[in-house]
Ligand binder design. Structure first.
Ligand code: ATP
Length: 230
């Protein structure tokens, strides 16, 4: 579904992606693991076309995204939830859920969103700023699901959240996988990653240096400790 080959990414003169290659099949949950600064967020930004410069190939359903104008990319069905979440804090939950434009058939209804994230139910009039961090994360994911995107890029969705909320996010991600969504996840929370992912790509210094199927994760712990420094 998504194929990245020899991707280079730059912030001005700073060359931060050095030939990233990976592929994500339809219906998979794949993580990007790696130390701070390895290039995980930058890879997501490159997919979305919001990096100042990128070269190489990013193919999504056969379309080449490198060179494509950033506003066209979400319309292909790719939804991005950045680390800073990107909800409208001054608007209500309902407003946040009704504003996203539907870009493809299959956008979730508000009822479907409530079934997925029961915490948002009954909170329609609540202003974004009054939500907890976990609820804001759920709302940010919900906004993307409204659009009909079926490839979802999630940048550290569990960061700063309590274990019980992380578990709820995990339940939702598994439900999305069951519905056939494809998910790419940047994750520092190793345990969380292991409970939901099919495969893990390890990034180091702007490159993918390893791919570990989830069933090999435990057997690969020593290697991972070296990669991640944990
Ligand atoms: P983190 O968990 O810290 O976000 P990451 O793997 O997502 O780690 P990136 O955010 O992709 O890493 O950063 C990759 C490299 O690009 C780092 O060296 C970082 O300092 C640099 N970088 C990130 N954003 C910018 C920017 N706006 N301008 C210049 N350099 C940047």
């Amino acid at each position: 579904m998504l194929e990245i080959a020899d991707l280079h990414g730059f912030y001005g003169e700073s060359h931060v992606l050095h030939g990233v290659s990976l592929e994500v099949r339809r219906g998979e949950v794949v993580t990007l693991l790696g130390r701070n600064g390895a290039g995980k967020t930058t890879t997501m930004r490159a997919i979305m076309g919001i990096l100042p410069k990128r070269t190489g190939a990013i193919r999504f359903r056969g379309a080449e995204l490198v060179g494509m104008a950033p506003h066209r990319i979400p319309r292909l069905g790719i939804g991005y939830v950045p680390e800073e979440r990107g909800i409208f804090a001054s608007l209500s939950v309902d407003e946040n859920l009704t504003l996203p434009p539907v870009v493809r058939d299959g956008g979730m209804t508000v009822e479907q969103i409530h079934a997925l994230f029961p915490n948002l139910k009954g909170r329609g009039a609540t202003q974004g700023t009054r939500l907890s961090g976990g609820e804001q994360q759920m709302l940010a994911i919900a906004r993307v699901l409204r659009t009909g995107a079926d490839l979802i890029l999630l940048d550290e969705p569990t960061e700063g959240l309590a274990p019980v909320i992380i578990e709820q996010i995990g339940v939702a991600v598994r439900a999305l996988k069951e519905r056939g969504f494809t998910i790419v996840l940047v994750e520092q929370n190793f345990r969380f990653a292991a409970t939901i992912a099919d495969r893990h790509y390890v990034m180091e210094a702007g490159r993918v240096v390893d791919m570990i199927p989830n069933h090999r994760l435990h057997a690969s712990m020593d290697k991972l400790h070296d990669y991640l420094g944990v």
